[in-house]
Design a protein around this ligand. Structure first.
Ligand code: COA
Length: 381
């Protein structure tokens, strides 16, 4: 007779094989992803509303303290992040060859590993690490171009200063606002792979620097934060809307995945793709044209139709990375810095999750299903 537990396990296993199930590993007050309806709620706010009325500092406060800051608290956090960027910049000469890596994420991982949690005050740790990720990513971009890193300007907002440090161009309000919209949109997203990684490390009562370094390693992969670079490369290869159908068909025939399409949780278009698409539209309305928006929309339409034919059982739609590529390109960031820019945003979420996990005092220890031989089994030679 099948017991209740066995029945539950069977349901779970079937669901996992179908790729439908997210095994619950934590309770969180930080963000909720509704994959069926295409909704992302961050600390009680829809991501669309946050991207319209908040900057990155406000979302940091929301994630770290649970409420949006009043004007004075917002100003204090903005100033604290600016001062922390200056401290991070002062450490660059002591990082050895960390920023010499040809991959931005490798540089970020190696650079950040120089920070020591034991030397950071608990109260300012999140600010110091959030500032450090932006400074390291921008410095890497400059160094790659053979240029000296630019010192932070603590009077600017985090997005504007990161953009200025990374591109070397004076900050302008429309581009800073577009990047702010991106950083807000990407700051947290449920139990994604890098956030899970950060929480696993925190759950062992290791330290926040170790958790963030590990999360950077998880974010680096092309199935997670590494997708926007290949999306831009795809748009460049396609070149014009009329070429999209043949290009996508050839990729699918070769068994390759279309980058920026599909999601483990969303069964509809990722709501963040729409937020970023609108942010690029606003940028265009301000006079800064994105050469790739029209092409991206055409490629998305073709990709959705082609994937729908190939996978009628599973709706594959645009994910956040599709329009991340368009918006980061439009604000002037180089393709090689896209994944690291994701980290500039997501570090805010990782740090909030580290705190939340530490507060539980519980070790995350998932189970695996053993499918190997048992002692005494006959193993085929
Ligand atoms: N292009 C082509 N086919 C895709 C696809 C894509 N972008 N995404 C999924 N599929 C197909 C798979 O090949 C698989 O087909 P099969 O059953 O014939 O083997 C089927 O859809 C299910 O894929 P699976 O890998 O089980 O789904 P998943 O939930 O694990 O995948 C992603 C989620 C994000 C890893 C996947 O959609 C993907 O690789 N996307 C491209 C990378 C990307 O944009 N990453 C950023 C995510 S925010």
């Amino acid at each position: 007779m099948t017991t209740l537990i066995e029945a539950r396990c069977t349901v779970k296993l079937v669901a996992m094989q179908a790729g439908l199930e997210g095994v619950v590993v934590a309770e969180t007050r930080l963000s909720e992803v509704d994959g069926e309806r295409g909704r992302l709620v961050v600390c009680g706010h829809d991501v669309e509303a946050l991207a319209q009325r908040c900057d990155f500092e406000a979302v940091c406060a929301l994630l770290w303290q649970g409420t949006l800051p009043d004007a004075a608290a917002h100003e204090a956090l903005r100033a604290a992040l600016g001062a922390a960027r200056q401290r991070a910049w002062a450490r660059l000469p002591a990082l050895g060859d960390a920023l010499g890596a040809s991959d931005a994420m490798e540089a970020l991982r190696a650079g950040l590993a120089h920070w020591r949690a034991s030397e950071l005050e608990v109260g300012s740790l999140k600010i110091e690490l959030t500032a450090a990720v932006a400074v390291l990513a921008a410095a890497w971009a400059r160094q790659q171009r053979g240029e000296a890193p630019l010192a932070p300007d603590p009077t600017l907002g985090h997005a504007a200063d990161f953009l200025r440090m990374a591109t070397g161009q004076a900050s302008d309000a429309p581009r800073a606002a577009a990047l702010d919209a991106y950083l807000v949109t990407a700051a947290d997203h449920g139990m994604n792979a890098s956030t899970f990684t950060a929480r696993v490390v925190a759950s062992t009562q290791s330290d926040a620097v170790s958790a963030i370094v590990a999360a950077i390693g998880a974010l680096k992969g092309p199935l997670h934060g590494g997708a926007p670079g290949p999306v831009l490369a795809m748009l460049d290869q396609i070149g014009q809307p009329e070429a999209a159908a043949a290009w996508i068909a050839a990729e699918l025939a070769a068994g390759r995945r279309i980058m920026g399409m599909g999601h483990r949780v969303y069964r509809v278009r990722d709501p963040r793709a729409a937020v970023l698409e609108r942010a690029v539209e606003r940028l265009q309305a301000s006079g800064l044209r994105s050469s790739r928006l029209a092409l991206a929309r055409a490629v998305e339409a073709v990709a959705v139709a082609s994937l729908g034919e190939q996978h009628p059982e599973r709706r594959l739609a645009a994910n956040v990375e599709f329009y991340t590529a368009v918006i980061l390109d439009a604000v002037g960031l180089p393709q090689a810095l896209f994944a690291a820019t994701f980290a500039v945003a997501r570090v805010a979420g990782w740090l909030a999750h580290v705190d939340e996990q530490l507060a539980t005092g519980r070790l995350i220890r998932p189970a695996s299903r053993y499918i190997g031989p048992l002692p005494g089994d006959r193993v085929a030679a």
